[in-house]
Design a protein. Structure first.
Length: 277
């Protein structure tokens, strides 16, 4: 069922607020990864606020859907969505990367509720997601597993070992989502170690592949509904996004991969996001 215009507007407003809060948390910490956090905003927001079967009052529910943020440096946007769902107080977001905080630079499943995997080195999360999906199959569970990867991350060989595993075990309860913002820490992904054409590679590994605009909720809704109908094979979504989306001076700029804004830059970003209303 397609999103209503009212719901589309509600999700869009959530993303505006989430971008404000994420930028605020990174600025306060003077550390973090704003570019990749902002590029994945709509994807995470759609999954957590609209699509996935989750209940914050039962964070360890064995029948819940799972999400593995394999690109763990986008943790601020994950935390913002978990807080919105009620897994922990929104006030805790201001402790991002502080000593003793549950909300560190990469998600830790042993600290904060709602986190399904402790992400760190890129490429590892997808293997855990495959294990979760296989466990669901063996346990005759109906839950689904989603894992979000960066496009630079798929240069890691472990990603393709996991892809072979997913195909071999016909994990049709598993969906890879590629945050295709075309930038990684060292530059354009096509210039560093090109993974293109990404869609054809995943098809060659036995996946049902979809491509969509990763910032358009209507496109995300349509694509994820198609994923639910895939049988006998895993799915992959190549979501075209913009690194730093929503803050003009960060958009499509590799320098904002892992740098916090200074006071003047923060104020400019806040002004732009407030004006979007």
């Amino acid at each position: 069922m397609a999103l209503t215009a009212e719901r589309y507007a509600e999700l869009t407003e959530l993303c505006r607020r989430f971008r404000i809060d994420v930028l605020t948390a990174i600025h306060a910490a003077q550390s973090g990864h704003p570019g990749g956090s902002l590029s994945v905003c709509e994807i995470l927001t759609y999954l957590y606020q609209e699509h996935m079967n989750l209940d914050a009052s039962k964070p360890d529910d064995p029948d819940r859907d799972r999400l593995v943020l394999s690109k763990g440096h986008a943790a601020p946007m994950l935390y913002r969505n978990l807080a919105e769902k009620g897994f922990f107080p929104k006030e805790e977001l201001t402790t991002f990367r502080a000593i003793g905080s549950r909300l560190q630079g990469h998600p830790d499943m042993n600290k904060a509720p709602g986190i399904d995997f402790s992400a760190g080195s890129l490429g590892q999360g997808v293997s855990a997601a495959c294990g979760m999906a296989l466990a669901g199959k063996l346990g005759h569970k109906d839950y689904r597993v989603y894992t979000i990867l960066g496009d630079g991350e798929i240069e890691e060989g472990q990603v393709w070992e996991a892809a072979m595993f997913a195909d071999h075990y016909k994990l049709d309860n598993l969906c890879f989502i590629i945050d295709n913002n075309d930038l990684q820490i060292d530059g354009r992904v096509g210039e560093v170690s090109s993974p293109y054409p990404i869609d054809e590679k995943f098809r060659a590994f036995g996946f049902e592949v979809f491509c969509c605009d990763g910032h358009d909720f209507a496109a995300l809704e349509e694509t994820f509904q198609k994923v639910l109908k895939v049988t006998g094979k895993p799915a992959a979504i190549i979501a075209k996004t913009i690194k730093g989306k929503g803050v003009s001076y960060m958009e499509d700029q590799v320098g904002w991969h892992g740098k916090a804004p200074n006071d003047a830059e923060y104020e400019q970003g806040m002004k732009e996001l407030e004006e979007v209303r």
